[in-house]
Design a protein around this ligand. Structure first.
Ligand SMILES: [Zn+2]
Length: 114
């Protein structure tokens, strides 16, 4: 389970943030998942409580995961567009030849502490 490993490293990161900020609880965490990261947001949300269960500061943490849409670069008009399909049509010129772009990273966007 790839997502469990990610959840564990996320928990690790959050515990260090809580310690550094002298926070007793982390109430809310926002994460952005790049479309080509291969991370399943739902699976990550499912794994997070398991990874966090031993840490009281993370007991009631709300995890908000945003998965970014796939981004394509049109090879004809060189414009970027978002399209969830794996065989999109360029909305600007109708071309069918594109490059897949977009982030493959998992970004910790914000953390709310109390
Ligand atoms: Zn185009």
């Amino acid at each position: 389970m790839h997502e469990l490993a990610i959840a564990l490293s996320l928990v690790d990161q959050l515990r260090r943030i809580a310690e550094r900020e002298h926070a007793t609880r982390i109430t809310c965490v926002r994460i952005r998942v790049g479309p080509t990261s291969g991370v399943d947001g739902e699976a990550l949300a499912f794994c997070f409580p398991m990874a966090a269960r031993e840490y009281p500061s993370l007991e009631a943490t709300q995890l908000q995961i945003t998965t970014e849409p796939l981004q394509w670069l049109c090879l004809t008009c060189h414009k970027l567009f978002s399209e969830p399909s794996s065989e999109p049509v360029c909305p600007y010129c109708g071309a069918l030849e594109h490059h897949l772009t977009g982030s493959d990273e998992l970004t910790l966007e914000s953390v709310e502490l109390t």
